[in-house]
Design a protein around this ligand. Structure first.
Ligand code: ZN
Length: 410
């Protein structure tokens, strides 16, 4: 069996589901156990200065095979899997030569991967596809990225005729709970730019993501005996309800796509005296992002005046659109595009309707766009990955390393 598949099938057996509630990093012991194995593998492959720190960041370096000194580039993937779906006892299934039509994942419970619900399946007719057994997720997000990077490094080591500079590799913990870069040691990593290998469909290349903020709004009401409350009671539930109704209804996750931003009310709870609401704000454009935040701020001010009420607002920026940090170094995108074309892959540049570790890293000073792993239907039991897409990802990583050389001379 080809190397990247062999690695991947081994990796998915580790339960590395992360957990936002343990307060530790890594958040679960399974991640550390997996990274320990990866550490040994990195050494076997021939990476140098391999270290696994106490927070679960595994780093290793492939030395340059050039005569002249060049700067370092990096590749990053995360070892954890999505917390809201089981990643325990993953039993991957290889569907050989997919013929089209339904793939039965679990006969007993009639769990079926169908082109009806996943129409992009039909692009992979004739290919070998790895699926789940219907009970768990697959974990291609992001163990496919890990397997692809590891295989690419092994390939470069075995093919010294391919010239490349120094390459830094980092496998991170807890990406799925938003902590993937919390203890990332940029200095040790030492790269001029990097790629996360954490995308989806073949050809994906992403360097734009949402600007994001979270608002927690607490409406303080005034309570009286309901029989004697006329002109006295202010019911915070009603005020919160009115506030919510005043937000634009055409601007929610369920009514937007592409380049459109939204408000997303994620929770509302309370009683007469106090009602707490949480709203997420997402927007690609920086100015519109500020405008959306102002809508919340002004709303709080106006409602507070109208009802002569205390309304508490806590608003915090979560992450920013990395485009701003990538545009000045657009040559990175050109390298990735050229690499894909050279490997016969059509680049698909699109904005991410979310955030990535790359966005954080870009703002920390390491420009980090994202490229595909080849996987589909991430985060659930219908997750699958066509084997040829994985092979292409390996080729593209190798090609990026090769094409980066001329841009990186010191
Ligand atoms: Zn991921």
């Amino acid at each position: 069996m080809i190397e990247v598949v062999e690695r991947f099938l081994r990796y998915v057996k580790y339960n590395t589901r992360s957990d936002a509630h343990t307060g530790m990093q890594p958040s679960t012991p399974g991640q550390l156990e997996f990274s320990q194995t990866l550490k040994e593998e990195m050494v076997e492959v021939g990476l140098e200065d391999v270290t696994l720190d106490e927070n679960g960041y595994l780093m290793g370096f492939l030395s340059s095979n050039l005569d002249s000194e060049v700067l370092t580039i990096g590749f990053i993937a995360h070892v954890d899997t999505f917390p809201e779906m089981s990643g325990k006892h993953v039993i991957p299934k290889v569907v050989e030569n997919y013929r089209g039509g339904n793939i039965v994942l679990n006969e007993e419970e009639n769990i079926v991967l169908s082109p009806e619900r996943s129409p992009e399946l039909l692009k992979y007719i004739g290919q070998d596809i790895i699926t789940t057994s219907g009970k768990t997720l697959l974990g291609a997000d992001d163990k496919a990225g890990v397997a692809e990077i590891m295989t690419a490094m092994a390939y470069l080591k075995k093919h010294p005729e391919i010239k490349h500079g120094r390459i830094a590799v980092c496998f991170t913990p807890d990406e799925e709970i938003g902590e993937g870069t919390t203890h990332f040691d940029l200095k040790k990593f030492g790269a001029t730019f990097a790629f996360t290998v954490d995308g989806s469909e073949l050809g994906e290349l992403e360097y734009e993501n949402f600007n994001a903020a979270r608002a927690k709004i607490t409406f303080k009401g005034i309570n009286f005996h309901p029989g004697y409350a006329k002109n006295k009671m202010v019911n915070s539930i009603w005020v919160a309800h009115e506030f919510l109704a005043a937000l634009p209804k055409h601007s929610t996750p369920e009514t937007t796509s592409g380049n459109e931003g939204f408000y997303h009310v994620t929770s509302i709870k309370g009683g007469v005296e106090s009602t707490e609401m949480e709203v997420l704000i997402r927007e690609f454009d920086k100015e519109n992002f500020e405008r959306r935040k102002n809508v919340i701020q002004n709303g709080v001010r106006d409602f507070s005046k109208k009802y002569d009420l205390l309304i508490d607002l806590e608003m915090k920026d979560q992450y920013y659109n990395m485009r701003e940090r990538i545009e000045p170094v657009q040559y990175i995108i050109e390298i990735a595009k050229q690499a894909m074309v050279a490997c016969g892959v059509k680049p698909q540049i699109q904005p991410i309707r979310g955030g990535t570790d790359g966005a954080h890293l870009s703002y920390m000073g390491l420009p980090t766009p994202n490229i595909f792993t080849g996987a589909h239907n991430l985060h659930g039991r219908y997750e699958y990955i066509p084997i040829p897409s994985m092979e292409k990802a390996v080729e593209v990583i190798v090609k990026i390393a090769e094409l980066s050389v001329e841009k990186l001379h010191k």
